[in-house]
Design a protein around this ligand. Structure first.
Ligand SMILES: NC(=O)c1ccc[n+]([C@@H]2O[C@H](COP(=O)([O-])OP(=O)(O)OC[C@H]3O[C@@H](n4cnc5c(N)ncnc54)[C@H](OP(=O)(O)O)[C@@H]3O)[C@@H](O)[C@H]2O)c1
Length: 225
């Protein structure tokens, strides 16, 4: 199985790479900067892990990555990369550059990549984008991080629109990983990376062969959009 993880240098992305390697998959890890943790995984993976340099914001990333696929199909595309955005969560004070980077990284760039790679997705494959429960408009849990929440709500909306417009054979998921102890989640977060990742991978793999979009948490529970 070919699995691509975009934004795999640390945190949940690195955990996803480890988990899929342990399951025997061939993994492509896309990172802005390679690091020792990935080098060690690659050395132990006997050719099943390739680390490729790339930035999710690069408009040509998808086209460039297609060269990595050869003749095969892509069974799992996981767009994990995401940012918290400006420390100042008051949208009126955040700069144009900060707002642009937040919404480009968290919402628009994942869709641009999906668009470029969709023709090579396996019919029974799964595309999963790391969203957040803060992206649920109906749950309204983003009061403390409204811009971050809005960027994930935008991601969810773009994913839904893309699926309605394209009607792909493969599944397209927006995933909430839990509140996870990473640089982004902070050290008070209750969920370990390994537990989040185990649940995310089970949730992703359970959707193989089903078309349509869904917003799910790492325990496989549906979240309201
Ligand atoms: N942790 C939580 O509690 C939580 C909760 C809900 C949702 N999420 C979502 O889950 C995903 C992973 O979060 P995390 O907690 O693992 O975050 P993290 O520890 O901050 O790691 C973020 C990862 O994204 C990469 N990244 C960011 N911008 C990128 C870009 N433009 N191109 C390529 N890679 C990029 C980072 O790479 P660099 O090393 O190059 O910066 C890093 O590997 C994010 O989408 C986040 O919004 C997390």
């Amino acid at each position: 199985m070919n699995v691509w993880v975009i934004g795999a240098s640390r945190g949940i992305g690195l955990g996803l790479v480890e988990r899929y390697l342990a399951q025997g998959a061939r993994v492509l890890a896309v990172v802005r900067t390679p690091n020792a943790a990935l080098d060690a995984l690659a050395a132990a993976a006997k050719g099943r892990l390739r680390v490729v340099t790339g930035d999710l914001r690069d408009p040509d990333l998808g086209t460039r990555l297609l060269d990595e696929l050869g003749d095969g199909a892509l069974e799992r595309l996981i767009v994990n990369a995401g940012i918290m955005g400006p420390a100042e969560e008051n949208g009126q004070r955040a700069s144009v550059a900060e707002l642009g980077e937040l919404f480009l990284t968290n919402a628009v760039a994942p869709l641009r990549l999906l668009d470029a790679l969709a023709p090579r997705m396996a019919a029974e494959g799964v595309v999963a984008c790391l969203s957040s429960q803060m992206g649920s408009v109906s749950l309204a849990r983003a009061a403390e991080m409204p811009l971050y929440g809005a960027s994930k709500a935008a991601l969810n909306s773009l994913l839904q629109s893309w699926v309605v417009g394209r009607q792909p054979a493969f599944a397209v998921l927006a995933l909430h990983p839990g509140w996870v102890r990473t640089e982004l989640g902070g050290d008070k977060a209750p969920v370990e990376v390994a537990d989040s990742v185990a649940g995310l991978v089970a949730t992703i793999d359970a959707r193989a062969g089903q078309s349509g979009s869904a917003f799910l948490d790492y325990q496989g529970q549906a979240l309201p959009w």
